[in-house]
Design a protein around this ligand. Structure first.
Ligand code: SF4
Length: 363
């Protein structure tokens, strides 16, 4: 049976963060209806996938999955278990925001539901930076969440944002050091991107906010790479670090171009080289949760984009001969950015820093 990664998009947030362009709405009154719709999607999609696939990872992301009650999460999990075959060694992740864990019992409930990996949206441990990002939690809340999480989970991932305007290298180091006191198994570190249509983009356009700039981004990326390597983490994807044996199995399915099924508005699926998605519209989803919006063939360029983000690189064997030839020519021209080993093309550290330009040249 082929492995399948299952993603459930929980499209609700209590308040939108100024930098975020993920699809979510602040209509918590729709949560019960959404849970029913998600179960209908799962039952319907199991008709096409369940016989051929075994689920190796489940990921509840968002949005803010912890806005669902334990009963609501349990209802969706029960539908998954009754509709699909699950691997015995499944990785089952839920994203939470730190303000959720004011009582440790809330985390115990998640563990008891069967989640064995927690992904916490820490982002920063400085109140000034958290306020800038528009987060609802404080540094104190985030530290309490980490403490409670450690009581019940032995696989914790934490998200950090760097290159926040006004953030110095010392600020970033202090965030990382405080985080490392809890020895998270996995750290995702993203530079603050200015995504079109977000309030942050509006503030930048109006001249109210000045972004950190390329030099700061570069210096902070290199700092994270060296510092976390010295602390025993592997830099296995451009924005992801993990202790040995703790790579995200779920996200690796995306990067390795394996089969994945996404449930919920705006969620994408990739099955047998065909991509499907639900439109980013909660109303439409609630009306027709069985129907994917579109089917498109997966593009070779997607394989290149995701492959070059990983430290193991892109497998050249499935690529068309002409495309491989173009890539090899580019490697000869830019040996400081790209290298080939055992039929895999991967970025050097300098290449990761130049990845956007490389992809513009290659795709
Ligand atoms: S960053 Fe997370 S909590 Fe904030 S708006 Fe986006 S999905 Fe919601």
């Amino acid at each position: 049976m082929k492995a399948l990664a299952l993603y459930i998009h929980i499209p609700f947030c209590r308040r939108k963060c100024g930098y975020c362009d993920f699809y979510s709405v602040c209509s918590e009154n729709l949560i019960p209806e959404f849970c029913n719709a998600a179960c209908r999607s799962l039952q319907y999609q199991s008709g096409t996938c369940a016989a051929k696939h075994k689920i190796r990872s489940i990921y509840f992301g968002g949005g803010t999955p912890n806005l669902l009650s334990a009963e609501q999460l349990s209802g969706i999990l029960k539908t998954i278990r009754s509709s699909f075959i699950l691997d015995n060694n499944i990785e089952s992740t839920i994203e939470i925001n730190p303000e959720f864990s004011h009582r440790s019992a809330a985390l115990q409930e998640l563990r008891d539901l069967g989640f064995n990996r927690l992904s916490i949206g820490i982002q920063s441990l400085k109140n000034r930076e958290l306020r800038f990002l528009g987060r609802l939690h404080s540094s104190r809340t985030a530290l309490r969440c980490l403490k409670h999480a450690r009581m019940y989970f032995d696989n914790i991932s934490t998200d950090l944002i760097y290159a926040i305007p006004g953030q110095s290298l010392a600020d970033l180091k202090s965030n990382v050091d405080r985080l490392l006191q809890f020895s998270p198994e996995h750290i995702s570190a993203y530079n603050l991107n200015c995504e079109e249509g977000t309030p942050l983009a509006g503030s930048v356009a109006a001249g109210k906010v000045r972004l950190a700039g390329e030099d700061t981004e570069r210096a902070q990326f290199l700092f994270l790479h060296e510092y976390l390597l010295n602390k025993g983490y592997e830099h296995y994807e451009i924005s992801n670090f993990a202790k040995s044996g703790f790579y995200s199995r779920h996200n690796s399915a995306y990067w390795d171009h394996q089969h994945y099924l996404g449930i919920g508005p705006s969620a994408y699926s990739m099955l047998y080289n065909i991509r499907y998605h639900y439109s980013a519209d909660i109303k439409q989803y609630l009306e027709k949760p069985e129907i994917f919006s579109q089917a498109e063939p997966a593009l070779e360029s997607e394989r290149i984009i995701t492959g070059l983000r990983t430290s193991k690189g892109l497998d050249l064997k499935p690529l068309k001969t002409e495309k491989s030839a173009i890539l090899m020519k580019y490697v000869e021209k830019h040996p400081e950015w790209l290298a080939v080993k055992d039929s895999r093309l991967y970025c050097t550290l300098e290449g990761w820093l130049m990845l956007d330009s490389i992809l513009i040249d290659l795709i």
